[in-house]
Ligand binder design. Structure first.
Ligand code: 6YU
Length: 499
């Protein structure tokens, strides 16, 4: 069939669009995307907050440098600020942790001096770095990041901070609790106890100082979509079942059934639904079901919730150069990253806020970050309840009893039926093999009598080292397009060289 093959892509997020763009560019002309919702972009979702553009989903280009295809596209489409294009911006290596100026506030209502906190920050940074190295050493596969960080932090505090006043030591331990919550947001996990120590280092960072889009992340989605023929995406068309064949097959071996009863025949289907959706629906989404090893990997890989709470103020209560505000609870010496009573105290999981810049455009807007079951509970509350809790929180930490946000807006990624959370992390018991299993097509080439490559898998959860990111998702879409291109148009034998 070659370039006439019928290819159906499930999901119009960046991975689905990238797969379609590459196939169409190569010459495949029967490529169709079925999207459950009324829009493209999936977890790239630009919204409005007052008159400002904000990101409800993906925020930054992580590691904006030549190796990052999202950066290259955004640069070529003219979507970035001039500073992001500076060579020095692209070469600095921040290893996933931007060097923002931090302001620390305490639950006793005071602003803390950063110098007093630096030793604890350094200690935490060292432990994280060591954790990342286990992937090449091989450790007991069920060990968790949470256990490792707590054990090491207690041990090192005992050795290094013994002579300190108990109050200073206690505050440093509270700071480590805050940083554990930061890591829950970064990883999208409920607790660091759920994140694998052995697989933590699978995630790779790229050089470059994380940057944002002037008019929103969705710009890159719109530009890529414009490279597809009109009508390539069918919206409001949720797929309910992919019928494939592991025993032989007819002319077109796959049938895609949609919720409204449409049946689409295809030679190949590229599934890009989020891992959260797969965890919930894989049993009904595939007939016959996914092979067991693939099902186990779907279960073992982690997919949690990280939500944002945008808050706008008339005037700032943070320093002019501040990039991130941390909230340190004075009763959290016990190195905690989850709250005991989610309904009553969910707000304690919010580690703090990043400052939305530039101030000339945004005014005084903060973006709060909250992960885990606490974030999922927050989604069930009304906007008024969330506003009340956030206002109370800020009054407590600033010691200012009248500070009042002008407006508040939160994301609700867990309740989104087509996402069921935020992004992927390596769950306890995971290894690189699980990521390999997630991306493995059905049936694999040369593995069965039935037509190969009926069902292919893309999406951020299928990238071996950039899972959880937009660039990982984009590359996974291109990877699956390349797989089909190589299947139909294998590179020819090397030509003999003429002398
Ligand atoms: C990044 C960032 N970022 C914040 C928040 C979120 C995410 N990410 P999609 O879901 O987009 O598309 C699937 C489509 O399928 C979708 O349209 C569905 O409607 C559709 N669908 C589902 N079911 C269907 C059905 N049955 N039928 C038809 N259609 C169906 N990434 O690079 N920078 O700043 C952030 C952030 C709040 C929620 C992010 C960020 C993640 C990206 O958004 C995400 O990976 C991609 O958009 C996914 O694209 P896709 O195509 O795969 O799926 C160890 C270690 C450390 C590891 N982590 C390091 C930190 C990195 C992560 N940081 C994230 C931080 C933020 C703030």
């Amino acid at each position: 069939r070659g370039l006439d093959s019928q290819i159906v892509i499930i999901g119009s997020g960046i991975s689905g669009i990238a797969a379609a763009q590459k196939l169409v560019k190569y010459g495949f002309h029967n490529v169709r995307i079925l999207e459950a919702t009324a829009r493209s972009g999936g977890r790239i979702k630009t919204g409005k907050f007052g008159n400002n553009v904000i990101e409800i989903g993906a925020n930054w280009i992580h590691g904006p440098s030549e190796e990052n295809p999202v950066f290259c596209l955004a640069r070529d489409y003219g979507l970035l600020e001039p500073e992001a294009l500076l060579p020095e911006n692209q070469t600095v290596d921040i290893e996933g942790h931007p060097p923002w100026v931090s302001n620390w506030f305490s639950s006793s209502g005071t602003k803390l001096k950063t110098e007093d906190l630096n030793p604890a920050l350094e200690l935490f940074g060292e432990i994280l770095q060591e954790a990342g190295q286990f992937v090449s050493k091989g450790v007991e596969t069920h060990a968790s990041m949470g256990d490792f960080i707590r054990t090491e932090a207690r041990l090192r505090a005992e050795q290094q901070w013994q002579a300190l006043a108990p109050r200073t030591r206690a505050r440093r331990m509270c700071l480590i609790s805050n940083l554990l919550k930061v890591e829950c947001s970064v990883n999208g996990s409920h607790s660091m106890d759920q994140v694998s120590l052995a697989a933590f280092g699978l995630y790779k960072t790229l050089p470059g100082l994380d940057c944002t889009f002037t008019h929103g992340y969705e710009g890159v989605v719109k530009h890529l979509l414009a490279e597809l023929p009109g009508g390539s995406v069918t919206y409001r068309r949720p797929v309910s079942c992919v019928r494939w064949s592991n025993t032989g097959g007819g002319d077109q071996p796959v049938t895609v059934e949609t919720e409204d009863g449409e049946r689409v025949s295809a030679d190949h289907v590229i599934v890009t639904v989020p891992l959260g959706y797969l965890k919930r629906h894989h049993a009904t989404l595939f007939s016959p079901p996914l092979p067991l090893h693939k099902q186990h990997s779907v279960q073992r890989m982690g997919f949690g919730t990280n939500n944002k709470i945008f808050v706008e103020f008339d005037s700032p209560w943070w320093d002019a150069d501040c990039g991130v505000i941390h909230l340190l609870w004075e009763d959290e010496e016990d190195l905690v990253d989850q709250v005991a009573d989610v309904k009553r105290s969910w707000i304690k999981k919010l580690f703090g806020f990043t400052v939305v810049t530039p101030a000339e455009r945004y005014g005084h807007v903060l973006c709060g970050w909250i992960a885990g079951h606490e974030a999922e509970h927050m989604e069930t509350l009304t906007e008024e309840e969330v506003t009340r809790e956030v206002t109370q929180l800020i009054r407590t930490f600033t010691g200012n009893p009248i500070v009042t946000p002008r407006r508040v807006l939160r994301s609700q990624w867990f309740q989104d039926p087509w996402t069921c959370g935020s992004y992927t992390y390596p769950g306890r018991g995971c290894s690189a093999q699980d990521l390999a299993n997630l991306m493995e097509p059905l049936p694999a080439e040369g593995a069965a009598q039935s037509p190969p490559l009926q069902v292919l898998f893309a999406g951020e959860a299928t990238h071996h080292c950039f899972y959880s990111t937009v660039h990982g998702a984009l590359l996974s879409g291109w990877r699956e397009a390349d797989r089909l291109i190589a299947h139909y148009c294998p590179p020819g034998p090397p030509q003999p060289r003429r002398s």
